[in-house]
Ligand binder design. Structure first.
Ligand code: 6PG
Length: 260
């Protein structure tokens, strides 16, 4: 794993504000340079407050969403209006409250009745709508991820075959204890991003964060260690609670800690 900036806020609110500021800054600078910006976003509970902050009046006035495309990074294989849908959460907390062109909203499809087919459809969409990295991989400007207590990120779970995927950009997975299949982007897509931000907070994530940053461990046991951008920036934005175990083991090289 190359260089990672560990951004430590006092709490989730501080971490959320930092990520919101980063997203707005990236969007403003990328749009100035290229006229468009692409975000790949996470599901789960942690980013809810980030999406609600970005859709608040102050931030709506701050950020022009019209040149921004938003791609879901992973999805539960349920209809888009299902309470478990990541896209439904994103729509309710952000998309329905901002002025973003519908064509720029890129959910992961779950309507083919076949997760593998829908994964192929989304991969094709990524190839058709994103610019390519120097390695010919579709390149998002910023990928936002979460971190599970077991060290998963997106829907790349410990022991999953998807961890070792090197060709396909999107795959269907069937986590052993999950009620539904999932569709997830894979490491090749994530690591082609111009910037990757993992937003995680709270005591429950302290063990996973330690294992992500410790010198030992493998992607099989802690899939978030797959995140290692080829040339992009990599930030882990967290809070004091999630960092409370970082003195238990030697950490790997390349970590730059910034305390907010
Ligand atoms: C999902 C997410 C998943 C999430 C982690 C952390 O579909 O649930 O994409 O990868 O980021 O599970 O979830 P919390 O933020 O809810 O702890």
């Amino acid at each position: 794993m190359s260089r990672v900036e560990l951004i430590v806020a006092p709490n989730l609110n501080g971490a959320t504000r930092w990520v919101a500021e980063r997203i707005a800054t990236v969007a403003e600078s990328i749009v100035t340079d290229s006229g468009a910006c692409s975000l790949l976003v996470a599901g789960g509970a942690t980013p809810r407050s980030l999406y609600e902050l970005l859709s608040s009046p102050l931030w709506r006035a701050r950020m022009d969403w019209s040149p921004v495309s938003v791609y879901m990074g992973d999805e539960r294989y349920v209809p888009p209006n299902d309470p478990r849908s990541n896209f439904r959460m994103l729509r309710e907390t952000l998309l329905d409250r901002i002025l973003i062109p519908p064509r720029n909203v890129r959910p992961i499809p779950t309507s083919a009745g076949n997760p593998d087919r829908d994964a192929e459809i989304f991969a094709e969409l990524l190839r058709k709508t994103l610019p390519q990295s120097e390695d010919g991989v579709p390149q998002v400007d910023l990928a936002l991820l979460g971190l599970g207590p077991d060290g998963h990120t997106a829907s790349l779970f410990p022991g999953s075959r998807a961890i070792r995927e090197t060709e396909r950009l999107v795959v269907a997975v069937r986590p052993p204890d999950a009620p539904t299949p999932r569709i997830t982007v894979t490491a090749p897509l994530l690591n082609a991003a111009r910037e990757v931000v993992i937003l995680t907070a709270g005591t429950l994530k302290a063990g996973a964060l330690l294992r992500v940053l410790a010198r030992d461990g493998t992607p099989e046991s802690i899939p978030a260690r797959l995140v290692d951008p080829v040339s992009g920036r990599f930030e882990i934005v967290t809070d004091l609670e999630a960092c409370e175990r970082l003195d238990e083991e030697p950490l790997r090289d390349g970590i730059v800690t910034i305390r907010l």
